[in-house]
Write a protein that binds this ligand. Sequence first.
Ligand code: ARG
Length: 565
Amino acid sequence: MNYKYEIAKKINKITNVDTENITDYVEVPPNPEMGDFAFPCFKLAKDLKKAPPVIANEIKDKIVLDDIISKVEVVGGYINFFINKKSFVKSVLDEALGKGEEYGKSDLGKGKTIVIDYSSPNIAKPFHIGHLRTTVIGGSLYKIYKYLGYNVVGINHLGDWGMGVSKTIAGYEMWKNEYSFDENPINSILAIYVRFNKLEKEDSTIIEKARNVLIRLEKGEEEATRIWKWIIDISLENYKKVYDLLGSEFDSYNGEAFYNDKMDRVIKELEEKELLKDSEGAKVVEMPDNMPPCIIITSAGTTIYATRDLAALLYRIDNYNFSKALYVVGSEQALHFKQVFKTLELMGYEKYAKVCEHIPFGLILDENGEKIGSRKGGQLLTLEEILNESIEKSLEIIEEKNPTLENKEEVAKMVGVGAIIFNDLSNNRIKDEIFNWKELLNFNGETGPYLQYTYVRTRSILRNSNEVLENIDYDMLLDSEAIEVIRKLSEYPDIIKNAANKNEPSLISRHLIDLAQCFSRFYNEHHIMCDNIETKKARIALTKAVGDTIKSGLGLLGIKTPERM
Ligand code: ARG
């Protein structure tokens, strides 16, 4: 039952305003005493040319109460709706139990393609904690859109071209004899990269070596190309370990180098449309609104990051015909994306430029508010190290709490990785994230492990009962704690849609915490395995719906759920 729609229908009967238009105006009031739903009449004031309280009273007088809506009240310009609790409980639980772990799934996005560009690390640089947020936020959006029936293309736009990788190649050619590449070649490669950067600070001429490598690469010289490919392989092998741990999925690893032979088209189209202007030896597209120009060809005659992104966009238009293209990249690249999207628009692809969106996010800070991740010696901690540390810490906690648990290692992996992912997704993405081991692994806090633990509790209740969940008497769930749980369950499908609309997975994580806390209150207040068989059955059914919904929601965040822990 879609209550918002039912309410809109009733208002339509009285006022004639379009039902579809007003469905979204129906709100859930901040506290249940004010009703289950509320309609803000000021939204109709302009159309009906009446004051909101007048509209509210008119609707109240004319509304027909029934099985769905049992009472209405007017408060100022709002009409508050009180629903019939019995039919509410039945409709929510029928739906939630019917769909189980797929509750809230829909085909809303059928026929539409969404391209999500995320993770996209620069090759031959450590996959450090700075890549966590794009990988986790993008990964969750990927799952959310799929759940809503969209065709989703996850793209890892690897930074596999340019000066970064050229520095590593130059360093490798100078110092390869000093390192071993047998065991963990990635470590030696990273060390070379770090060494090159350090040396560059002392001796600025060294950069010429890297420039020279880039020229050789652009010419396709065999030796430089061979080393380049080898470095990509080693890097990817390493990144894939992190992706495996995080459960990240990509449909394409087409990185920047993939567009090398697709840039001529960008330049040709820009020239044909007379958009390329000379500027201090470079070629640029001028931007409106005082925005700095978008550089297409540098004064050294080479193409650049933005040129590649334009080539990638043309490629994505041709190959995916997307209805949305998301770029999950840190806020420091905001200007870059504005310039690229504007250029695409100026090139005549307004339809696509309009649906390109940069999805920025905040920094990761430690508990003192400092940027996180430095190891002694200034090198950044790798994400793999951090994930493994979290898994180890989780294992210690499990050893202490439940030493006889089978498959402890596997559970520790789900808990340790889940804790890091949840911490990343638990607040509005634009806010800075605080990385604090104690908090993110706190089984009683607002954390991933807390939700996993709540899920495990629901499963243990189900295991201990052998009731067949049929012919449930929903009248047994009319106490206020149960109603609160059911209210949270009822909102879940809309929460998923909102999370997609705002590209904000934290809406789901916050909602799951609310749901789990409501369930805890219900659990503490009422004995689930009670003597009355009808009550027991109904409570177990509610427990199952909560467990399934937590599992579904955690899944959308990219977090796995153990059956025991
Ligand atoms: N490689 C870039 C970086 O690490 C991110 C790439 C984002 N995607 C894109 N299409 N520009 O900063």
